[in-house]
Structure formats: C-alpha cells, structure tokens
Design a protein around this ligand. Structure first.
Ligand code: SF4
Length: 501
C-alpha cells in the first residue's frame, strides 16, 4: 500500500492574463494534489509588485463559502504559486516545519523572487556555502530556499532570469521542478536537466489562464487543458501570449522518477499519453507473466487499497483469477501510516483497512502491493490475513526491490531503513511471514511505462544514480553501511557523507 513512503511536494501555479483573481485556481490545484504532501501547504499571490502569502501546517483546508471573500482579500492578484509539502530535508519539529513551508521568498534591494519547488538538492553544502557569501548567516529548512537564494545570487551578479536559471541547472546536483514569480510579475517554471520530478503545463479554455502543475489532476480539477510536460533542462516563461519554451541545458541521460508510476502519482494523472492507472494495470499483467507457478497455486487476488487496486485489475485480467474485493478502506480515516510513529502503525492500519475474514479463510491469496520499504506495514497486513485463516499469502509487488536510498525527494534516505538493502526476496518473505514475495522485474516496469531505460530513474532499485554527486554519496555511504556504520539521518544530511563527496 506504499503506506511507508513519504512524498516530497506538489507544485501548482497559474496566472490569469485577464487580471482576474487567481487564488481559487491555486486552491483547487493544491486540493487535488494533497496526496503529494500532508505536512504543510502554502499560497503566494502577486499583485501590484507585492507578494501576499499564506502558509500553514497540515492539509489544505476546506474553505467555507462565506469565508471565500476573506481569502480573496488576503491573497489578491492574478499570479499565484502554491505548494503542498512533506519534508525530505530539514528538521520536523513544528517550528522547523513552519519555517520550511513553501512557497519561499528571497529578496535583496529591489530584487525579489518567490518559488514553489518539488525535489531535493544533493550538493547542499556547496550551494549553501555560495549563498552565504551574499546572505551571511543564511539558514534554511527546505531545499526550496536553496534554489530560490541560488537564483537570487545569480540575479544579483547582474544576470537575467534565463541565465540565472541556466546557472542553477548546471550548479545544483539533484532534482528540482520549480515554478516562480519575480517582483516584476515574471511568471516562469523550470526542471532540472534530468527531469526527475514531474511538472506539466496547461491552459484554460478561453486561453487567459496558464498554469504549471506537478500532476495533470490539478489541471483537470480546474477545467484546464494539458499542453505539455516540461522537458529536462527546460525553462518556460509565460506571458499573455502563452508559453515561451527554451531548453537551456541538455543532458544525454534523462531520469524521470519511475516510482511516480508505482506509488506517488494519482492513478488519474497522466504523463505523456498514458494514465497512471493503465500503467499500473500493466504492472499487474507483468507480475502474472513473470510468476506463472505462483498464479497456478492461487485461488483469489486481494488488493491492498488503493495503490494495489489497479495492478490487481491487471493480475485479474491476465490470470483469470477472481479479484475478491474484500479489502476496503474506511474513507474518512485519512491518516497515512508512513506519517505516524512506528508504534502507531499497526492500530492505524487496522482502523484504515477493513478486510473481510470470511472471504479469506482457507484461500490461497495473491496480494497486490505497490512497494516494500521497511516491510513493517506489509508484515502487519500479512499477519492480519494469516489470522483470518488465509492458507497461503503471496505478495505481488509492482515496484522492484528497493536496495538503496532516494536522494531526489522521496524520504527513504538511508540504507538502514530499507529491508531490501539487506535481504533477498526469499528472506523478506520469511521476515514478513509471506509464502513468497514476487517483485516486478525492472525491465518489466520500464517497458510498461512506455519510457526507455535511459529516460527513467531507477536508482533506488539498481544503485545507478543519474547525477554524479548523488552517485558518489550513495556509494560512499553504502560502503560505510556494509562496514557496520549506523546512519544518523538522511544520507545527504550526514556531515561526513557531505564532506567526503
Ligand atoms: S531513486 Fe527511486 S524514488 Fe528516487 S527519484 Fe529515483 S526512482 Fe524515484
């Protein structure tokens, strides 16, 4: 169910060139993307050379109809950027979370810049050092601040926005999909040269509003048409005439995060021409083709809702086995197990998912699951099925075995936390109490996405990182981990890892 995984951020930004208030569009854009970040949210609008900001912790709130005027008053203007966030850098106490809430602002003299960001900076040490030359005592709780201030110091050198973005793309190692606005109302977006995190562009039917979004669902909710996914290394500027696109930095290796397909993205979002749910169904079909003997030994399919539902459909179609819809989510119990302390995980899963025991008793069950990170959530589910009398439990996992950390914005950032970094699938099956754990092959996953191997990031399953600094850092820390070193935090925040790379 991917419950153990932490998502980085969601970006939504838009400008209305008929000068109507943009806030409602930003609001709905973020509501549609709340699955990408639960810890905090923020809106920033631009009006008459001024930025207006609202940042807060938790989910994007429901706004009552009679309160809408008040929000319009607080957030006026025709250009807006918004963000939902889950921390993949910085501290997680309340004060730090508030400080790390996006959008962020950098300013000096008359220059002012605000950005909303999804991703993760790997070479934080170098970037921070450089920022410190202009902004003494600079501290940050969120990588968006690094990107924003990096852009600002390039602007302070006298560069124009395009050149500042280009330098940022070259100097920053990591993943960054960014939307921003300047003090002059220049509205723009860009992606890192590997294009690791998603960011698409779209417009309203009457062509007065232009928008950027991490996922297409936020365009859908606003009734906008999707125009394109930003290319790796692309910078897009917006005016009343529409998008002006420029590929600033070309990289031979593209690396769109393959995990978006298995877990993060909403099933009704699409990247290029295929919906995520269709790709997940294909993952399920692949698992059947790759494990014929297990399929022969099973009676029913059970999905762990909701990311297991689409692959279950594929398993059902390919195998002909009955998909027993006996696992249901309590719709309004919304806590995500991964956000909770480990001692709270089991009762939370019990409260969230209702599995109907009579449908399981005496059955050999294939359970479809999106991924296994620590393994403790999956273990709870397997135990539950055993208690209900399941004769056999086979796990079909759509994302290949995770063997290494993600340095690009997903909070699985240590080797120690990953059950797959230390154990084979057979050992994992034993630990979690399943009869077998069957991971989809990397080749199968790549083919199902419609991308080529050279266009996807699969670093956490292969150990091959698309950016040089991340590769060096991951290799150094892997060696240390195998020697028995205990990681004290996310590897890109461990001083020793940073200094040795
Ligand atoms: S390392 Fe894994 S989770 Fe991170 S960007 Fe690459 S594929 Fe996605």
């Amino acid at each position: 169910m991917g419950e153990e995984l932490k998502i980085a951020c969601g970006v939504f930004a838009a400008a209305d060139y008929k000068n109507q208030p943009i806030f409602p569009y930003i609001y709905w854009g973020l509501r549609a993307q709340n699955h990408r970040g639960h810890q905090s949210h923020g809106f920033l609008t631009f009006n008459d050379g001024k930025f207006h900001v609202h940042r807060s912790l938790d989910l994007v709130p429901k706004i009552k109809t009679n309160a809408i005027q008040e929000w319009f008053g607080r957030l006026p203007g025709n250009i807006g950027i918004g963000n939902v966030r889950y921390t993949t850098s910085g501290k997680t106490d309340e004060k730090s979370l508030i400080k790390g809430t996006q959008p962020v602002i950098a300013s000096k003299g008359r220059l002012k810049l605000a950005v909303s960001f999804n991703g993760n900076v790997v070479n934080t040490f170098q970037v921070k050092k450089e920022i410190n030359t202009e902004f003494q005592g600079f501290t940050y709780e969120c990588d968006a601040d690094l990107i924003c201030h990096k852009l600002m110091i390039e602007l302070l050198k006298g560069k124009d926005l395009t050149s500042a973005v280009e330098t940022c793309m070259v100097d920053v190692d990591g993943a960054f999909s960014v939307a921003g606005v300047t003090q002059d109302g220049e509205f723009f977006a860009f992606k890192d040269p590997h294009g690791i995190r998603p960011l698409c562009a779209g417009h309203s039917e009457n062509e007065s509003i232009y928008a950027f979004s991490s996922e297409t669902v936020s365009l859908d909710i606003n009734g906008f048409k999707r125009d394109f996914e930003l290319k790796p290394g692309e910078f897009v500027r917006v005016s009343r005439n529409g998008f002006e696109r420029q590929e600033l930095v070309k990289s031979e290796r593209k690396a769109f995060c393959s995990f978006e397909f298995a877990y993060f993205a909403r099933p009704d979002s699409h990247f290029d021409d295929r919906y995520v749910y269709e790709i997940r169904e294909e993952f399920g079909r692949n698992l059947v083709r790759e494990n014929p003997n297990i399929v022969k030994d099973a009676d029913i399919i059970l999905s762990v809702p909701e990311t297991g539902d689409d692959p279950a459909m594929g398993v059902h179609e390919e195998s002909g086995l009955r998909w027993e819809r006996a696992s249901r989510r309590h719709r309004y119990v919304t806590e995500r197990a991964f956000l909770l302390l480990s001692r709270e995980r089991q009762p939370t899963i019990d409260r969230k998912i209702n599995i109907l025991a009579p449908k399981i008793k005496g059955k050999r069950v294939i359970v479809t699951e999106d991924s296994i990170v620590r393994g403790d959530t999956t273990k709870v589910i397997v135990e539950k099925l055993r208690k209900m009398g399941a004769e056999k439990v086979y796990l079909f996992v759509t994302f290949p075995r995770i063997i290494g950390p993600c340095l690009y914005g997903i909070d699985m950032a240590t080797y120690g936390q990953l059950i797959g970094s230390k154990h084979t699938p057979e050992e994992i099956a034993k630990i979690i109490g399943a009869d077998a754990v069957c991971y989809q092959s990397i080749g199968g996953l790549v083919k199902a996405t419609g991308f080529t191997r050279n266009e996807l990031c699969t670093a956490c399953t292969t150990g091959e990182y698309p950016t040089p600094m991340a590769q060096k850092m991951a290799d150094t820390m892997k060696k240390r981990f195998q020697e028995g070193y205990e990681e004290t935090g996310r590897i890109y925040e461990i001083e020793e890892a940073i200094k040795n790379t």
